[in-house]
Design a protein around this ligand. Structure first.
Ligand SMILES: NC(=O)c1ccc[n+]([C@@H]2O[C@H](COP(=O)([O-])OP(=O)(O)OC[C@H]3O[C@@H](n4cnc5c(N)ncnc54)[C@H](OP(=O)(O)O)[C@@H]3O)[C@@H](O)[C@H]2O)c1
Length: 510
């Protein structure tokens, strides 16, 4: 059955504002941010008077900047299979400007402030601002301090609100995350700080709450009474590519587990929030992270599977081994794959294992959460000759082909009683007639509206580090000898299979 738009809610449009993108010459700004802002503007979801200022150190003319953006926006629209609206682009491009400046140079920020204010005054609108920090993390603190010093972080008569959106990685351990939170807090208040993790902008991730709390059929089953275990897989088919320098200092635990996987885990395991306000939702997510049972040092060494891909091929394409990648140390102990089991020490999830795995160069790109329900009792159909029957599984595909699948048993038509598992599938494309919008569109719109529900709060980021950082620390002692190799195009090292098989279970993808 197709969904209709009858019950779509009216979408709020933000007040006029200026979006300043720091690091505007970079990959994220070109590939995601500007195309998303343009798409929102074309869809009428941003005010007509929105102004966009690209800020970076690179020398380039206004025209060169616009031409580069036109090309990258064209590519982004083509990737989404959407025709590029050239006539609208011309109007939009007139609202975009380039500001060359250093990230720690007061005079450059003062001239930025003056441009923001004069543009807003010319359009007869307030100088509201969203500052998007799309630079490597080294530049976060200098930018924020300069914004504060030139008065752009404060509320005033002509700038009623200003917010910062800050990219990941947010720190590299608990201490650096706490320091960064404190430094940001000296210049902006918490309700002005939007820590982004684009996973939270994905429709399927937002749909986890709707699935759980917008239906009556799942929630009363959602506990240790009925759930056997939960799996979360975040698999990438790509190798590290040109990101060797960044990745070799991060690894899968920092790059994926600390942020994306902790968000997925907390949404799948949280209690129903009292309301849908940002703090009510985030309070519940933090409680999940606080309930994570720490992985003791001996288990981190023996129970956490860490892997590194070797040279090989994926789909006929030759892949160099991780340690042969440009800017990766030849004896690197950084993991490109990790798998482990974790428990939540709270009433709802007592005794239920959560198995997490993520890696690069795996067989295919997919992010999926699967909830495995307990087996039926060993009577009737769960006995030979019909059983034992597989468990019911509810799987939520975050990417690609966003959707939800429920696996259940059914009788095969015919004179004999034969039972087979069936999959009932919902996918966004066939139900709603279109693929979901890019996550950055939703998140940019929310930041402009001041809705922080899908952004990470300071205590949330620290709670995630409190769990992940000790695992990284324990694993990094004697790291090289404890790392297993795996072939590109597989599902990681054999040890990952052994980890779950030791509990009588198998990795699952719906
Ligand atoms: N790209 C993605 O898909 C993606 C996804 C998730 C998160 N992120 C995060 O988003 C941020 C931006 O990513 P990106 O891929 O766009 O990065 P990028 O291309 O490496 O850098 C963006 C811009 O920042 C400036 N820059 C580079 N190195 C710098 C340094 N050491 N100090 C100060 N400025 C520097 C450069 O501009 P100028 O030299 O012209 O100033 C560069 O064009 C990063 O924090 C990244 O982790 C990116």
């Amino acid at each position: 059955m197709n969904a209709t738009s009858d019950n779509l809610h009216q979408v709020a449009i933000p007040e006029p504002f200026t979006l300043v993108v720091f690091g505007a010459s970079g990959d994220l700004a070109h590939r995601k941010l500007i195309p998303s802002v343009f798409k929102l503007w074309c869809d009428g979801l941003l005010p007509e008077q929105v102004a966009v200022i690209g800020y970076a150190r690179s020398e380039k003319s206004q025209q060169q900047f616009i031409d580069e953006l036109r090309e990258s926006a064209g590519n982004a629209f083509a990737d989404q299979g959407v025709d590029f609206p050239q006539n609208k682009w011309k109007k939009f491009a007139a609202r975009v400007s380039y500001h060359q400046g250093g990230y720690n140079i007061a005079a450059d920020f003062e001239s930025l402030r003056d441009s923001i204010k004069s543009q807003a005054a010319a359009a007869s609108v307030a100088a509201n601002c969203v500052f998007y920090l799309a630079t490597p993390p080294d530049a976060f603190v200098p930018i924020v301090q300069q914004l504060y010093a030139c008065g752009l972080s404060r509320r005033g008569e002509t700038n009623p609100w200003s917010r910062i959106v800050i990219e990941k990685p947010f720190g590299r351990d608990l201490q650096t995350a706490q320091t960064l939170n404190a430094q940001l807090g000296e210049c902006f208040s918490e309700n002005q700080i939007f820590r982004i993790d684009h996973y939270l902008g994905k429709e399927t991730v937002q749909n986890i709450m709707v699935l759980r709390f917008g239906n009556s059929i799942f929630e009363h089953l959602w506990s240790h009474d009925n759930i056997d275990h939960v799996q979360i897989t975040v698999a990438e088919s790509l190798d590290v590519g040109r990101r060797g320098k960044y990745y070799d200092n991060a690894g899968a635990l920092r790059d994926i587990v600390q942020n994306h996987m902790m968000h997925l885990l907390s949404l799948i395991a949280m209690e129903p929030p009292v309301t849908l306000t940002p703090d009510a939702v985030r309070n519940e997510k933090v409680k999940v992270l606080k309930a994570l049972r720490p992985i003791p040092p001996v288990c981190a060494k023996n129970g956490v599977v860490r892997g590194q891909y070797t040279a090989g091929t994926i789909g006929g394409v030759k892949i160099s081994g991780y340690r042969e990648t440009e800017n990766v140390r030849p004896k690197s102990g950084t993991e490109t794959f990790v798998a482990f089991k974790v428990y939540l020490d709270n009433w709802r999830w007592a005794g239920v294992p959560f198995y997490l795995r993520t890696g690069k160069c795996l067989q295919r790109r997919c992010t999926e959460i699967s909830v495995h329900f307990k087996r039926i009792p060993d009577v009737l159909f769960n006995l030979p000759p019909y059983g034992p029957l597989p468990q019911n599984v509810l799987s939520i595909r975050v990417q690609p082909d966003e959707g939800i699948t429920l696996e259940f048993q059914a009788k095969v038509p015919g004179a004999v009683m034969k039972i087979e598992p069936l999959k009932m599938k919902f996918d966004y494309k066939s139900s709603f007639g279109a693929s979901p919008p890019d996550a950055y569109e939703r998140l940019l719109l929310d930041a402009a509206l001041g809705d922080a529900t899908l952004f990470t709060r300071s205590d949330e980021v620290e709670a995630a580090w409190r769990f992940v950082a000790p695992v990284i620390e324990h694993c990094s002692q004697d790291c090289c000898s404890m790392i297993s190799e795996y072939q590109p195009g597989t599902w990681g090292p054999a040890a990952a299979d052994e980890l779950i098989q030791a509990d009588g279970r198998q990795w699952y993808l719906g």
